[in-house]
Write a protein that binds this ligand. Sequence first.
Ligand code: IVH
Length: 662
Amino acid sequence: MQDIQRQIEDLKKQIRYHDYQYYCLDNPTISDFEYDNLFKKLQLLEKQNPQFITKDSPTQRVSGVPSSTFNRVKHIVPMLSLDNSYSTEDILLWHERVKKNIDMQIEFIVEPKIDGLSASLIYKNNSFVTGATRGDGEYGEDVTENLKTIKNIPLKLLSDTIFETFEVRGEVYINKKDFQNLNDTLIDGSVAKFANPRNAAAGSLRQKNPQITAERKLSFLVHSFGQTTNLQIEKHSQFIKLCSKLGFSIQKDIKVCKSIDEVINFLNYLQNNRDNLPYEIDGAVVKINDYKLQKIIGYTNKSPKWAIAYKFPARQATTKLLSIKLQVGRTGVITPVANLQPVQLSGVTISNATLHNFDEIERLNVNTGDDVVIERAGEVIPKIIKVAQKNTEGIFLPPMFCPSCNSKIFKEDDDVYYNCINPSCPAQFKRMLIHFVSRDAMNIDGFGEVVVEQLLKTNKLKTFADIYKLTFDDIVILDLFKEKKANNLIKAIVKSKENPLSKLIYALGIRHIGEKSANILAEKFKNIDNLIKASYDELVSTNEVGPILAQSIIDFFTNQQTLKMIEELKVLGINTTEPEKDTSFSPLENKTFVLTGELKTLTRKEAENQISALGGKATSSVSKKTNYVVVGENPGSKYQKALNLGIKTLTEQEFKKLLNIN
Ligand code: IVH
């Protein structure tokens, strides 16, 4: 080995050691300054001698280029899921089942169940080569470049023993504090906030640009393994210790238990101390420690029978209801929102909760000044569960006038919602603008709530058409904007002019018109003029357009201001036509699908779009005419109905195979 190469290897070794001390053990042994010097030295030597750069060098963490898709990778050993339990009784029943197969004392290991997403890391000859998400358990997405940016994932195992193949599995997650910071940085409204740390971790790991993942402060904790060679250990507790030696972070609150009573005590301990952990946990996992016993107990095709997840109940807190704010939505619906005395709930300060509608206020019998119990089940916005102590006598009455424009409030007798029906209500207009520019509508990147609010203040936005009249000078003066950001926003506005008619129809915010009906209308009428001219009869004869939708469209386009604004949009160059669909490939022609349960690798909308792209139709209820029912996790009654009617059911994998999606 040449001298320079030896020097590079030595520097890499030192840096790996210090990374481990800092990121895994939280115990740095050198100053940041000394560390930076080592790093710079390595960078320089590699720059001067690029032939010695290896993929597992600490300088190569953020080296991938942005990609448009992730490749699909097959998990050689499937990545299974865990059975859930919700009570001590469930754990005891699981123990009874386990005991049926084993006639000896059993050792358990209990670990916190981290609320993140599962990932697999494959090391070949000790170097990290491929990393993937769990996906559907059989196939995942190749997110190697993004995983490499996670600082506590070793790019090379800290071991002199060579492992030909070593596949570690664990959870990618974001610490509570980093989650809060991340959401705080998203407050300029250009990117939607994440609802919970799990979503933040998943969204960050699945970034197309590894640079962004690198900025997100993700972490990884080991919980299991896949394909491995040379693993000469007998127990999971030994595997965890080995991983720690190899350079991985492991959980601190893990306990080997000799009896089920000890297991239950530790589960209670974790439940009571979950707020002290730096990351969010949604339960704990009980595993049989001994691998030989695990093998005897075996698996179902979904999960190991030798392990069970114990899910914690949703966290609750009691606080005072200070006031009830009234929010006006884009369609004029008035929603009551609880303004609470700030209270800590699972490490987050809560000061708002949703109250849904005025019927809910009546049902809860809640009023300003009462002490209320709030609950958070995964989501950031909590809800009020009940009144803990009634401090008031009066009842909170629905408003008679709009809190924004003071117009008279209107309510249909058989409806729970109160509406402001003033078409020029400023609060509604603000919400309409936010909707118009949002991702699923005109998709103007960088145009969020805060930008809308500021532009409204400068009086630059009076109609949707005004968005397309904005100039660089109008934007660059806004808070948090500089030249580059202003240019990007202008580019995004211009790009949105090319959207198909379906997006524009949805963006206009016509009452009752969701994305699906917007697609159907665009498909049938082809351009906005045909839609404006359409008669009631023509509209109701359209698939899935009923009398309410038809009337709503007619009402919308009778407004002269609206028609004027649409003419203006045309003059400003906004596309108002729907491109012809390529109908040559319609393998699902006339096939109807119903989706039930949660799909792991696709959102509902993505699945529905894929179905319609191939000529099929996604409907909401199962009948004899349904061709396929796609069954995700925790399916609803539609699954049972499909079985009763003998309709073909598809797992997520089968569905994707049928549609030929990777
Ligand atoms: S063991 C065969 N241990 O929970 C499954 N999983 O709900 C082996 N999880 O897919 C996984 N913390 O992503 C295991 N300490 C832990 C875990 C854990 C979180 C996740 C994992 C799994 C999911 C199942």
